[in-house]
Design a binder for this molecule. Structure first.
Ligand code: NOJ
Length: 525
């Protein structure tokens, strides 16, 4: 990385979903001591930072995205001392720590909400969206982010708003106490050495208090209201009062110009690229997505991010092995035919793409092992609240990691993992893949290592090379190129000095379909 660039502009950031990373105490749920015991894996992979999905005390109505106390750790994961030890130990091996803050809502078990429920006159009611109904009807017909209704009636007859589950009441961001509380929470974690904050549902915080219905063509009552930017300007001032801290937003936004507003110089440092994540495995669309991404970020000087998977979406080995390779919550493709061999080949090529584009790259735990979606979890084992509301469960991408051995629980736990692991993962364990040059894990290790040493990958720009139809080829600097063949037929490589890394074997001198290579170019060309 160029010395003058702040870390968050080029980092490789690894998402840990703590329930499913490694279990140290045999209860079948991953925990902080499990992460501490496996830090070596992340060090060997070469990542720059860890993003930790929520680890706070929570009734787990939404797997921890229902937070009851932002200043402590849920006992299932450990305690604050273990969290502090992890931060110290990660820093000792040059890995930064990012924690997940969920400002749109809190748990219904949080003391604020309990006080608010206790009496219609409680001042804490003002921290939420309590409203009278319209006769017997709820205050609006808004549809929640998981589907279903967004209001639940309190015992005294008033209704409260929840864009997600009833156990996740929305906070009222017009209230100064709410703003002050979250700024204090940011300081709490920054004071503990945390390097960054991932902001959950970042565009939803403000609501139109006149409660209009959602009408096509009219301003949306709770998506992306302009006032949200004041919140992030204030957060940026908090972050800037510490050295080298970063704010990273979860901003799902089809309109790139609106998306870019979150990344203005006095707001967030970065935001996840869901456009890229949801993009089809199709050369024209992929190229347009890359161009759109880079153009939007360039206007405001923010770094692009490249994300293939996370804990909310179908794993990309599965997505890329289907006839329809896009991802959207609106279209349920669960159970449609999958060619995992094809999906794996494409995922390998996608790794070389996402790790060589300018900006920061995110890796979701297990992606480096080539894990696929577990589509064989029995419905009665689902815990994801989205399952009841949308008929799609995110549990299939949240299955505990396979570390070693020939059968479940594959070294994840000495007990029974909270979700079942496919028996076929015996070939995908860290142990089975380590030292096998053809494995996904060794591909990720080699690519991340080269990304560190390769001068061209530290520069901020890329330039497209002329290429055959269906082929994406670009340079980074004067000596590095990446070529990705999405054309369906083998293609010749551009003139080059040597091949640095390939996602799969070449076909003589040709690059096979669904493969990518990193090339050293001749000096001076
Ligand atoms: C986005 C998170 O990534 C997801 O897992 C969660 O269910 C919702 N926000 C609500 O917090």
């Amino acid at each position: 990385m160029a010395d003058h660039d702040p870390w968050w502009r080029n980092a490789v950031i690894y998402q840990i979903y703590p329930r499913s990373f490694a279990d140290s105490d045999g209860d079948g749920v991953g925990d902080i001591d499990g992460i501490r015991a496996h830090l070596q894996h992340l060090r060997g992979l070469g990542v720059d930072a860890i993003w930790m999905s929520p680890w706070y005390p929570s009734p787990m109505a939404d797997a921890g995205y229902d937070v009851a106390d932002f200043r402590d750790i849920d006992p299932v994961f450990g305690d604050l001392a273990a969290a502090e030890a992890l931060i110290t130990e990660a820093h000792a091996v040059n890995i930064r720590m990012i924690v997940d803050i969920v400002p749109n809502h809190i748990s219904s078990a949080h003391p604020w909400f309990q006080a608010a429920l206790a009496s219609p006159d409680a001042p804490e009611r003002e921290y939420f969206w309590f409203r009278a109904g319209r006769g017997d009807r709820m205050p609006t017909e808004w549809v929640g982010e998981f589907g279903g209704t967004t209001w639940t009636q309190a015992p005294d007859g008033q209704w409260y708003l929840h864009l997600f589950t009833p156990e996740q009441p929305d906070l009222n961001w017009e209230h100064p106490d709410v703003r002050a509380e979250f700024e204090s929470i940011l300081r709490f974690w920054f004071d503990r050495g945390v390097d960054g904050i991932r902001i959950d549902s970042a565009a939803l915080l403000l609501k139109d208090g006149t409660l209009p219905e959602v009408i096509d063509g009219e301003p949306h009552p709770f998506h992306d209201l302009d006032g949200v930017h004041d919140v992030y300007r204030a957060w940026r001032r908090v972050a800037d009062s510490y050295p080298d801290r970063a704010l990273i937003g979860e901003v799902w936004m089809p309109d790139v110009s609106r998306f870019a507003k979150y990344l203005r110089p006095d707001e967030l440092h970065a935001a996840f690229n869901f456009d890229f994540l949801g993009c089809a495995w199709e050369p024209r669309l992929m190229r347009e997505c890359i161009d759109r991404t880079l153009a939007a970020h360039e206007t405001i000087g923010a770094p692009a991010t490249w994300v293939l998977s996370n804990h909310d979406v179908t794993r990309h080995v599965t997505r890329y092995g289907r006839a329809k390779t896009t991802f959207s919550f609106e279209e349920n493709l669960d159970g449609t035919p999958v060619d995992l061999e094809l999906g794996t080949r494409r995922a390998r090529a996608a790794a070389l793409l996402s790790l060589s584009l300018p900006g920061a790259t995110y890796i979701y735990q297990g992606e480096e092992l080539g894990l696929w979606e577990n589509e064989n979890i029995p419905a009665d084992a689902f815990v994801d609240p989205m399952w009841q509301r949308r008929g799609h469960s995110r549990d299939g991408c949240r299955v505990p990691l396979p570390w070693s051995g020939d059968e479940p629980p594959f070294g994840f736990s000495t007990g029974t993992p909270w979700l079942p692991q496919p028996a076929e993962w015996k070939d995908r364990t860290v142990q089975a893949q380590s030292g096998d040059p053809s494995s996904m894990l060794e591909l990720y290790r080699a690519a991340i290592h080269l990304r560190r040493t390769e001068e061209g990958l530290h520069r901020s720009t890329m330039a497209w090379l002329d290429a055959a139809p269906g082929v994406l080829a670009y340079t980074r600097g004067s000596a590095f190129a990446c070529v990705l063949n999405m054309s369906g037929i083998p293609v010749p490589l551009p003139d080059h000095h040597s091949c640095l890394l390939a996602s799969g074997p070449l076909d003589g001198t040709l690059l096979p379909p669904d493969a990518a290579v990193w090339l050293r170019l001749h000096p001076g060309k």
